[in-house]
Design a protein around this ligand. Sequence first.
Ligand code: DAH
Length: 352
Amino acid sequence: MENKLINIKNNAIPMIRDAETPQELEEVRVQVLGRNGQLTLAAKEIKDVPAEDRPRMGKVINEIKTIVEDAINTQLSSITNQQSKRKAAIDVTEPGIKPSLGHLHLITQAIHEITTIFEQIGFTRVRYPEVEWDWYAFEALNFPENHPARDDWETFFMKEEPDKEKGPMLLTPHTSSGQVREMERHVKQAKQTKQPIDIKMLNIAKCYRRQSDVSHTPMFHQFEGLVVGKGIAITHLKGTLDYFVKSYFGEKRTARIRPYHFQFTEPSFEVDVTCGVCLGKGCKLCKAGWLEMGGSGMVHPNVLKAGGIDPEEYTGFAFGWGVERVLMMKEGITIDDLRLLYSNKLEFHEQF
Ligand code: DAH
């Protein structure tokens, strides 16, 4: 009997080592250890063995069982290892996995769009410092020192010692701070070229104010237009507004200007655009059919003077609107909380 048992083991081990799949291994297991397997049947013959040899035979059967089981397990793990290695190898003939493509931030897209619209009618995009002198942000724009109108701009001031002429430093609360800088640049140029002053500026930049709620973020973007030349009139301003509104919002929307007050323009206007939902009829969203877009006006003579331009010779118009605001006024864009634009919530950004 002992020889028979050893033969079963000696037959089984090479079969196990040669097995190439888990199925082949299972077949060997059934053949040897299954209910009618060789070892199981052999174990039943133990009753024919002399009584004194039975315990030893029992031990041998158990040992062989363990050896066969161990061999099966070892072979099984080597088969699965090889399989996963084979999978990991690169099959260059397999079709590739397309990486998912993201898109530019909504505000970056809006800035590109606005820039293209204005470049088509001759505006040049410029950028001026975000950390700015009080002079350019307020004083040169006809805000006398300590004037209460400054409070509307909720400005962040720097701790540094103020400059004797330009005052304290601040985070610019609006892109209007680029107006006088642009005038200075053109005055210098005009002196060299001896050509008349001809400004068509588009200043798009980050602005900062002490504000944070569903419709305000401490950092936001504005785009500022400034046109200065000989004979510039309100009609040029209105034509530019209409052109922008049609290009950006679509043919169905129109603009209107409404008297208002700004320190740096005279006369000043607030610009409204017909609501994208009711197109001016009045609805729940807009109430009276119009949505407010931002400010505009004819450049105040004091501002031209601050920029070194003679207001008797030149006139100009200016406007300043929020990028976030015009984006939200576009059809099909609903942003419940503006702060989401500057969060890292991908689910929000991926819906556009
Ligand atoms: N700077 C103003 C603001 O932030 C907007 C503005 C109003 C800009 C009138 C202009 C303008 O250029 O003419 O509220």
